[in-house]
Design a protein around this ligand. Sequence first.
Ligand code: ATR
Length: 277
Amino acid sequence: IDQYAVFGNPVAHSQSPFIHACFARQQQQSMHYVATQIDPESFAQQVDAFLQGQGKGLNITVPFKELAWQLAEVKTPRAALAGAVNTLWRDEQGRICGDNTDGLGLINDLTQNLGCSLKGASVLLLGAGGAVRGVIQPLLEAGCSELIIANRTPEKAQQLVQHFAETAGAAVTLHACGYSEIPAKAYDVIINGTSASLQGDLPPLPEAIVGAHSLCYDMMYSATQTPFCHWASRQGAARAVDGLGMLVEQAAEAFFRWRERRPDTAPVIAMLRQSLA
Ligand code: ATR
């Protein structure tokens, strides 16, 4: 039976085994998927050993996505640009290949599950860490007309803007700033890619950025409303959504990569939401 795993540290809380078991059942795929905690010193060796044997594919989570990027001998263009890899497999020539499905997971949740059109949209992206790096190119590709990246440390947002400027092209406004300098207007989409929610915290955001039509999206998810979603609702956002759908969608893209089948994500998102409650 084909073996799959998610490598991380910590990884005990990972929902990936549940999600992939649902996909496998639904798509009648004979496969086994487990979560494995990995020591940082042995990461490279464990990846290699897993993919030499019965292991057909790996997901990589915190804190190993950058290391996985370094390990991947072949990278998809979006993974190459993101500087982080969350999906690994071996090709026919035995080379370790890497993709980053996080960004597409976000785009699919926004556009397919939430019916949000990104074409011509003004997007405000909060944060400039690893999680944000992975979603910039897919957001640009989805056709947003404006992408503002705001971060507590503005220099990090500036670096990202420089890194992605070429991809963005001239048609899109790509701009970096600190939270207090966010251009005052109501954005179509506001995405929280900071890890502030993990500490029950919220970046210091100006009020003017939320309009009655704004869709606010937290890349984090939790059983109860995240601080960012709570704040967005209070500001009168049209919708405030957490990242559970993104989690399932990035898994679906990885599953597709490995099994060449596209799972139906809606029932899995619903089941996962129910299991969190
Ligand atoms: P990840 O891989 O989750 O993106 P990271 O690379 O450490 O983790 O990035 C964390 C992001 O959340 C950064 O943008 C960080 O801001 P700084 O670059 O200024 O450190 C942001 N962040 C974390 N805690 C925050 C908080 N309490 N308020 C605002 N931003 C926060």
